[in-house]
Structure formats: structure tokens, C-alpha cells
Design a protein around this ligand. Structure first.
Ligand code: NAP
Length: 248
């Protein structure tokens, strides 16, 4: 199947590593052009180089938690790509902790990056999107089920999923799609730091496929949802979790 990605232009945030980078790679491999962003210059440059550089890939340093960066990022994307056909909105995950054990400043930092960061980006981007374009949010299975020790994620992701649903209603009449992705446990720097080797092995035991996912398994699903091949998919959350969620 041809996903129709050839020549299409995507902005990806939080994409120098992990799930965002895997999505950028899948898009570029199918002929799309990407502008990726993250906070550190070194990691952005390394990611762009790993994708073969211009014209397929370029990068911008931006922090989604910084209120000034969304407009700048969208401007860079429209300038360098000559327009935007879609965006993958990912940010670093919030601090771990329990509900009562998480300090207010960590809740606030989570709201700034996980909730307001994506919202600001979308606000800046929407005026540039035409019919056939798409926004995909990287969320978590915590949209549907709480994760142990990730109170901020459990508190914020369900709200962002409903925000994505509302946005799909608002943008659908213009032919713009909005989807959310719910990764389960995928082997990235974040999960290695959060769970360690033993924790990842334990997590695998609770997954029907009996293994954690690989970033490229996530990237391929995200690239499909961002592609014209998924033209009738909007307003929905897609799990990439090896079957772990207890809801269908
Ligand atoms: N991996 C999983 O199994 C899993 C499961 C559920 C949910 N998630 C969620 O999916 C998202 C991506 O996870 P991941 O595993 O890919 O994480 P990761 O390996 O830590 O990569 C995060 C990426 O985002 C960038 N980043 C971090 N904070 C940012 C910010 N404020 N603004 C812009 N870029 C930022 C990082 O680069 P810099 O540090 O240079 O900015 C990096 O490129 C996170 O929100 C995570 O909570 C992941």
C-alpha cells in the first residue's frame, strides 16, 4: 500500500529521540520531509544528520514548555517546508511520583509542558493547515488506565485526549484530522530511565505479546495515522501497547 507520504511536510516536536524520532524516520523513509524539534542543539543536529539532513530533514531548537517557542517553531516549519501537512506533537514525559508525593512545582511543570505546550503549538499551527492535514498527539495508555507512580501523566493525559477529541470536532468540517496515540511500554531513553532493565523485564510479563515495544513499531503506526492513507481516521485514540490495555 502506498501511504501517500511522498512530498508531504511534517512538523514533529520532541523528536530528537524516542517516539518522535522513530516517527520522523518512518515518515522520511516513505518520502516525506520533516522539521523536527527538541530542546538541545546537539540532539537536534544529531537527529537531523541521522535522517540524512536536507532536504528530507531539518531541525529547530525549541522547548514546548516555553510560551514563546510555539509561534517561532510554526514559523520555522512554514518557512523551511513551504507549508505544513501535519504535525506530531510529543514532549518529554512529566516527572514520576504519586499523587500526594508530587510537589506542586512538578504538577505545574507538567501542566506547562504536557498540557499547555501542545495546546500552544496547535493554536499557532491551525491557521496554516488546509484540508487533508492532520495533528497527532503522543499521549499514553494513562488516557484509559492509571499507571503506577505516574500521577501527573494519569492526571493530565485523559484531559488532553478529550481536548484532542474536541479539536477533532472543531477542525473536522475543514477537513483537518486529529488523532491521539497511546504508547504502552516502548524501549526509549525515557522508559530506560523510569524503569531500568529489571523494570522493563517485569513490564514485559504483563503484556500479552510478552515484550516491550520498539520505537520503530510506534513510528510506523504514527506515520500511517499521519498519512493520507488514514484519511477517514479522526477523533480517536490508537493504542500501540502490545495488547496491555484492559479496555478494547
Ligand atoms: N516510551 C514509552 O513507552 C512511552 C509510554 C507512554 C507515554 N510516553 C510519552 O511519550 C512522549 C515521548 O516519550 P519518549 O519515550 O519518546 O521520550 P524520550 O525518549 O525521553 O524523548 C523525548 C524527546 O522529547 C524531547 N523533549 C523533552 N522535553 C521537551 C520539551 N519540553 N519541548 C520539546 N522537546 C522536548 C527530547 O529532547 P530534549 O531533551 O533535547 O528536549 C526528546 O527528543 C513522552 O511524553 C512520554 O511520557 C512514552
Amino acid at each position: 500500500m502506498d501511504l501517500g507520504l511522498g512530498g508531504r511536510r511534517y512538523l514533529l516536536t520532541g523528536a530528537s529521540r524516542g517516539l518522535g524520532f522513530a516517527t520522523a524516520r518512518a515518515l522520511v523513509e516513505d518520502g516525506a520531509r520533516v522539521l523536527l524539534s527538541a530542546r538541545s542543539r546537539e540532539s537536534v543536529d544529531a537527529a537531523v544528520a541521522a535522517l540524512g539532513g536536507a532536504p528530507a530533514a531539518s531541525g529547530v531548537v525549541a522547548d514546548l514548555a516555553d510560551p514563546g517557542d510555539a509561534e517561532r517553531l510554526v514559523e520555522a516549519a512554514t518557512d523551511r517546508l513551504g507549508g505544513v501537512d501535519g504535525a506530531l506533537v510529543s514532549v518529554g514525559g512529566p516527572a514520576p511520583g504519586t499523587v500526594l508525593g508530587t510537589a506542586e512545582e512538578d504538577w505545574r511543570a507538567g501542566v506547562d509542558s504536557v498540557l499547555l505546550g501542545p495546546l500552544r503549538l496547535v493554536r499557532a499551527l491551525v491557521p496554516h493547515l488546509g484540508a487533508g492535514s492532520v495533528i497527532a498527539f503522543v499521549l499514553s495508555t494513562s488516557v484509559r488506565e492509571p499507571l503506577d507512580g505516574l500521577a501527573v501523566s494519569n492526571g493530565l493525559r485523559p484531559g488532553l485526549a478529550m481536548t484532542a477529541k474536541g479539536l477533532a470536532d472543531e477542525l473536522g468540517p475543514r477537513g483537518v484530522r486529529v488523532v491521539g496515540l497511546m504508547p504502552g511500554t516502548i524501549a526509549t531513553d525515557r522508559t530506560a530511565t523510569l524503569y531500568g532493565e529489571e523494570g522493563m523485564a517485569r513490564a514485559a510479563e504483563g503484556i500479552p505479546l510478552r515484550r516491550v515495544g520498539q520505537p520503530e513499531e510506534f513510528g510506523r503506526v504514527a506515520a500511517f495515522l499521519l498519512s493520507p492513507a488514514a484519511s477517514y481516521v479522526t477523533g480517536t485514540m490508537v493504542a500501540v501497547d502490545g495488547g496491555r490495555l484492559r479496555t478494547p
